[in-house]
Design a binder for this molecule. Structure first.
Ligand code: NDP
Length: 401
């Protein structure tokens, strides 16, 4: 009997729970715990109506290790799936160590007080997970997640050596709102307003946020402006593929989105420093999150497609080769299947797949791991089966920019 304990009941979690309920023979029991019980109830009702599957729900503030441990002790799951926010990673990992539960997440740890994300704190727990013979799988979403698997797959099947890695994340969808983010607004805005950073010849090169722009013609989406920025998977990929000379991450943004973002920054609404208003300490970015549309509610309005993938150049039999591996995901089709837009779908499906591989012990080693450290083939096979098929094409030359 496999029992999973999913934490967080937002956009991504809803997709993962739908996908787990579709595979009720593998995910025999599902417990959903989150801070706002109403959101758990809504998902519970939808899953019962759609699939006839009963999930158990619990109220939980996962910042509190004692309470999380208590619920893990009560339910005794095999695996905890952290789909709350990056702030909870360390406290949930600690609770898993307390109660001997395997762990999975989709985003690396970030402290609430400083917009700085890195793997160090989670990698440092490797010895603790090893000692308990437990596994932690980090970053099993799309990026990080599928893009790391694409990198491992390209190396395994097409190249002897990777030299240049570019991750291209395009959301060609339109939700018709003046300004909204694709996933949690607080985490999203912290990420895109950070300094840009890429890896080149053993060093990290820093630049102003979103200062380098390139126009790229994305398959099935068309020409879009994409911007150089830092994304967490670069850290693990250059560590795990030490031959990489250059690794960069690009994301598309429309002009209107960037204009709004500039105003938000200029008037101080993206700040994470508390301000005192009538005796209350208010964090401007948290306040902004409250008034922006909930990304989970955008599904029914969003049209268009996402195209996320890797362009990787390197050597095969001493010849230069370049491969583009990508997925196209249609917002409306996602909504039809699970009631969510494609950004939540492309993250929620890989979280289910990582969980499935751990439960089936196809991907299983004690310790703390990133997804590219496992055989990519079973993950790629499941992506094709569960709604995120890929295309791999050979390009004539490496990227010129
Ligand atoms: P949402 O804000 O929609 O959902 C987050 C959920 O976590 C909410 O239900 C929230 O509860 C709950 N939560 C927050 N804090 C706590 C807490 N202390 N204890 C218990 N529950 C809590 O976010 P998304 O679904 O958009 O994103 C989920 C995760 O996925 C994030 O970590 C995000 O960074 C990651 N992500 C990863 C991607 C990838 O490709 N790898 C892409 C997109 C997202 P409440 O309703 O009370 O606020």
């Amino acid at each position: 009997m496999n029992k999973v304990f999913v934490i967080g009941a937002g956009g991504v979690s809803s997709v993962t729970i739908h996908k787990m309920a579709q595979l009720n023979n593998d995910f025999n029991e599902i417990v959903l715990a989150s801070r706002t019980i109403k959101k758990c109830k809504d998902i519970q009702t939808k899953i019962k109506q759609k699939y006839g599957v009963k999930i158990t729900i619990e109220e939980l503030d996962a910042d509190n290790v004692k309470n999380t441990s208590k619920l893990l002790k009560k339910h005794k799951p095999n695996l905890a799936v952290n789909l709350a926010l990056p702030y909870q990673d360390l406290s949930i990992m600690e609770s898993c160590l307390n109660e001997n539960v395997h762990y999975l997440d989709t985003a690396n740890y970030e402290s609430k007080d400083e917009a700085k994300f890195e793997y160090k704190w989670q990698w440092d727990l490797n010895k603790n997970f090893l000692k308990k013979n437990l596994m932690a799988l980090l970053g099993s979403g799309f990026d990080p997640g599928v893009t790391n698997v694409y990198t491992a797959y390209t190396k395994k099947h097409y190249l002897d050596k990777i030299e240049y890695l570019d991750i291209l994340d395009c959301n060609g969808g339109d939700h018709g709102q003046p300004f909204a983010t694709n996933f949690n607004p607080e985490i999203n805005i912290r990420e895109i307003t950070a300094k840009s950073k890429y890896f080149s010849n053993g060093k990290w090169i820093y630049g102003k946020p979103l200062s380098k722009k390139i126009s790229f013609n994305f398959p099935e989406v068309g020409k879009k402006n994409m911007y150089l920025m830092y994304h967490e998977e670069l850290e693990s990929l250059v560590k795990n593929f030490s031959e990489i000379k250059r690794a960069r991450f690009w994301m598309t943004f429309g002009d209107q989105y960037l204009n709004y973002l500039k105003v938000i920054q200029d008037i101080g609404l993206s700040s994470i420093k508390p301000i005192n208003y009538k005796g209350l300490d208010i964090i401007p970015l948290k306040f902004l999150k409250k008034i922006l549309p909930d990304p989970g509610s955008l599904g029914k309005y969003t049209k268009g497609k996402t195209c996320i993938g890797t362009i990787i150049s390197g050597k095969k039999n001493n010849k230069d080769k370049t491969f583009y591996t990508y997925n196209i995901c249609d917002h409306e089709k996602c909504f039809e299947e699970v009631g969510s837009q494609a950004v939540a779908y492309t993250t929620g499906v890989p979280a289910m797949i990582g969980s499935l591989l751990i439960l089936k012990k196809e991907w299983f080693r004690a310790g703390v791991w990133n997804v590219e450290q496992f055989d990519p083939d079973p993950f790629m096979k499941l992506l094709n089966l569960h709604g995120l098929p890929h295309q791999s094409i050979e390009l004539k030359t490496k990227l010129k920019f």
